[in-house]
Structure formats: C-alpha cells, structure tokens
Design a binder for this molecule. Structure first.
Ligand SMILES: [Zn+2]
Length: 365
C-alpha cells in the first residue's frame, strides 16, 4: 500500500521477552496452552519456536494496523506511516476523517481483523486437540495456533474498550458525532476515556497489577491528546496558511556565526530562524541545534554549517491544518513558501499555539 512500516526501538527488548515467555512457560487460559515449555523437545527448539511465534504475533498486529490503513486509503485519506509498539501499533494518519461514519468504520476494521485471525486460529487449536498421540511437530503447531488465536481475540476485545486512544474510543466518538458534532463528541468520548482510565488505575492498585495501572495512564494521556488535536483542527478548519503565518520575514544569513545568531534570537524573542542566502532558503536554525555546538566553537561555526537543510515547510495557499502536520514531525518551525517557491513567512509552534487559542475564542469552540 506504499506505507512505511517502523518498529519502535523497544522492539529490541519486546521480541526477546515475548519469545522467552512463549518458550519457557506453558500456562493455560480457557483451556488453551500458551507456551512451548511442556513439549518434549530440546530447550533450543523451544526458544526457536518462541521467537518464530513472537514474530508471527507481531505480524498479526501489523495486519490489524493495515486493516485500519486500508479503509483510510479507500476513503481517500493518506497514512504517513505505521509504527509497531509494545501494545500494538499506531497508524499515523495525515488527518482525522471528517465524516464520523468513515472514522467509525476505520476504527472497527482493525479489531475486526484481530477477531478474524482469532476466529481462524482458536478453532484450529481445538481441532488439533482432538488428535490422538500427536507428534511434537503437531504439538508445536497447536501451541502456535493457540497463542495467535487467543491473543488476537484478546487484542480485538481490548481495542474495543470505548476509551481513547483505543479503537473503541473512536467508534464511540463516531456514534456521538452524528448527534452532537465533532467537538462535543470528542469531549464526551474523552470523559468516558478518563473514567475508564481512573477505573483501571484504581483496579490496578487494589489488585497490585502494574500492567493495568500502566494502561490506565496511557489511556488518560492519550485521551487528553485527542481532545487537544480535535480542538486544533477545528480551530484551523477553513483557514489558509497565509492567514496564520508570520509574514514578517525575519531571517539570518548562512555566514553569521552562531553567537551572532543567538544575539538575533535575543533581539527578536524567538528560538528559530530561516537561513536565507540571496533571497533563497538554505535551511532553518534553532536554539536547540546551536546548543549541540560547544560554546568555544560558536564564534567560528556559522549558521550555514549547522542549519537543518530539510526544514518543515507549508505552502501559503493550502489549509492551515498542513502546518499542524508539518509541526508534528519533531520540528518546531515551519517555513511558508508560495507557489513560486518564494519564502513568504514562517510560523513557530508557540505562534501556532497563540493563533489556535485566539481562533478558538473567535469561533467560540
Ligand atoms: Zn487498532
């Protein structure tokens, strides 16, 4: 589908941990054996099987995310990337669907894929259970079916919890949005998510379950993020980049030393500048980049030496939400270019925050 797929760095630990748990345990849930330990084979084989199964399991999580992505692409939305994390994956969408029905359907398809995988492998487990004197290969196959089947059923069910950032939270919002509009629906869904999150933390404390407490925290933070994002995109709806950019074209030249640039930053009260030479953009320089250069070298190193040459940019005539997308990529400064690639303005994260606050008041959000 042309979507880049990333693994979060924690995967370096997660895959071995899952492989180890699958290899060295043989616990039983709902009559399904979830590990290879009880099989009469060498330990090395158990570890190999554990590793294969861990990789297959994360592959099924990827299929869940691709389910979301497929629906998004079918409805004309683009997916920037998919990142696999400890608790599943995250498909980074360029923006939230505006039609609630699309969002609801898109959110449902992910857990739907997990249920489908669960409903293929779980019966396969029980079918293999009926065999008399199964060999070790069949036993290993059966455990693999059990792990993939049951964990996918649990994953599907877990994601249907009606709390952001779970898929269920999105399904709930899409139902509410038909009746009360996007913002009100988001706020209501966020309240529900907070109640779930607090409930999970309380349950986790009383049952000494660190895992449940942790998920409660993730839901709480995720819900708040969702509310902020919705407010931002509603405030910026119908507004063009040129209306929110700072048209004062402040810049520094590539030959300026870092100490001179810091001086400009003091004068202008800002932490980043475009670097411009002969009217054309070279890159962007920020206080954070200067911070990485030792103090003793800042009189010799120039802005041109450290400038970020692939800066975030947006076109002046496109929707202002483009600035939001450009900023979310760990960049706190967006350069605005017109249709002739001419540098016409800029906007920082701080400026955007102020603009969104004012627009929110103007639109009475
Ligand atoms: Zn999902």
């Amino acid at each position: 589908m042309g979507i880049p797929i990333y693994f979060h760095f924690t995967f370096l630990f997660i895959i071995p941990i899952f492989a180890g748990v699958f290899a060295l345990t043989s616990g039983d849930i709902f009559g399904i054996t979830l590990g290879y330990y009880g099989i009469d084979i060498a330990l090395a084989w158990k570890i190999v099987l554990g590793a294969i199964c861990a990789i297959l399991f994360f592959f099924t999580i990827l299929l869940h995310e691709l389910g979301h992505s497929y629906v998004a692409l079918r409805h004309g939305y683009s997916i920037r990337s998919i990142t696999l994390l400890i608790f599943g994956g995250v498909a980074q969408m360029e923006d939230t669907p505006k039609q609630p029905a699309v969002e609801g359907w898109m959110a449902f398809v992910g857990p739907g894929v997990s249920f489908l995988i669960g409903l293929i492998f779980t019966p396969a487990y029980f079918a293999l259970d009926g065999l008399r004197n199964p060999g070790v290969a069949v036993q290993a196959l059966q455990v693999t079916c059990g792990i993939l089947g049951l964990y996918n059923l649990l994953l599907g069910a877990f994601n249907l919890i009606p709390a952001f950032p779970m898929d269920g939270g999105r399904i709930l919002r899409s139902f509410l949005a038909k009746r009360m509009g996007m913002l009100k629906a988001t706020q209501t869904a966020v309240k529900v998510a907070r109640i779930f999150a607090i409930g999970m933390v309380v349950v986790g404390i009383f049952t000494f379950n660190v895992f449940v407490i942790f998920i409660g925290f993730i839901i709480y933070v995720g819900a708040a993020d969702e509310e902020t994002m919705t407010k931002f995109s509603l405030a910026l709806e119908g507004v063009k980049v040129e209306e929110i950019m700072n048209p004062e074209v402040l810049w520094v030249s590539p030959s300026m030393t870092l100490n001179q640039v810091l001086g400009r930053m003091m004068e202008e009260h800002r932490t980043s500048f475009p670097v411009v030479e002969d009217g054309s953009l070279v890159g962007v320089i920020s206080a954070a980049q200067i911070d990485r250069v030792p103090k003793a070298q800042r009189d010799t190193v120039t802005a041109g030496n450290v400038a970020d040459r692939a800066p975030a940019y947006a076109r002046s005539y496109v929707d202002a939400t483009e600035v939001l997308k450009a900023l979310s990529d760990r960049k706190d400064f967006v350069v605005v270019l017109d249709e002739h690639d001419e540098f016409v303005g800029s906007i920082t994260k701080d400026e955007l925050l102020s603009i969104v606050t004012v627009l929110g008041v103007k639109k009475a959000l």
